[in-house]
Design a protein around this ligand. Structure first.
Ligand code: SF4
Ligand code: SF4
Length: 180
């Protein structure tokens, strides 16, 4: 085993010791039972996903490590980490996986599991609140792009009332209410 400077229970890399008593095999089964998780066990740790990921160098745990952590049952580390929420959903990893592991979709499943247990970062809740309040994340205004295209300045007939009403009744709405 490689020498480690770790002093607390949470491993910082996957060469640090893992406390086997904290592993939760049900986590792997939870993910595998989801429509995107069927190929999870086919991962052979080639790291192609990490090589393709444009932001992996910003993460403590890289995509191939997160997949390994799911297989090991490291529920707490995966669902409490920032990585699943910072995924750009660019699908570069998933497109290149030689084993057809649906990595990006599995990270979506992880976000859903995290949300069910209330582990949603504040900044994500703030974005969800913006969506609920305004019906859109970016307010469409008159700008040079519309003018360049010869369009009238204001977007005609734009109403977000319907989408706001729908969103309030969704899990997003319930999450935002829970965060208030
Ligand atoms: S590319 Fe696929 S097989 Fe390779 S480590 Fe990533 S998930 Fe596993
Ligand atoms: S989908 Fe997410 S994990 Fe996959 S390459 Fe893009 S940012 Fe990285």
């Amino acid at each position: 085993m490689a020498e480690s400077k770790q002093t607390s229970g949470k491993p910082m890399t996957l060469v640090d010791p893992i406390d086997m008593s904290l592993l939760d095999a049900k986590f792997r089964d939870d993910i595998k039972s989801m429509p995107d998780g069927e190929e999870l066990s086919a991962c052979f740790a080639c790291s192609t996903c990490t090589a393709a990921c444009p932001i992996a160098n910003q993460w403590t745990y890289k995509p191939h490590q997160l997949i390994r952590m799911i297989l090991l049952g490291m529920r707490e580390e995966v669902l409490s980490g920032k990585e699943i929420w910072e995924c750009l959903t660019c699908f570069q990893c998933q497109e290149r996986c030689p084993q057809k592991v649906r990595i990006t979709d599995i990270f979506f499943d992880c976000k859903n599991l995290a949300a069910e247990s209330g582990k949603v970062p504040e900044k994500v809740l703030a974005i969800a609140k913006e969506l609920i309040d305004k019906g859109q994340l970016y307010v469409v205004t008159s700008d040079w792009e519309r003018e360049d295209l010869g369009l009238e300045a204001a977007v005609p007939g734009l109403s977000t009332d319907g989408i706001r009403a729908i969103l309030k009744e969704t899990r997003t709405g319930r999450l935002v209410k829970g965060g208030e």
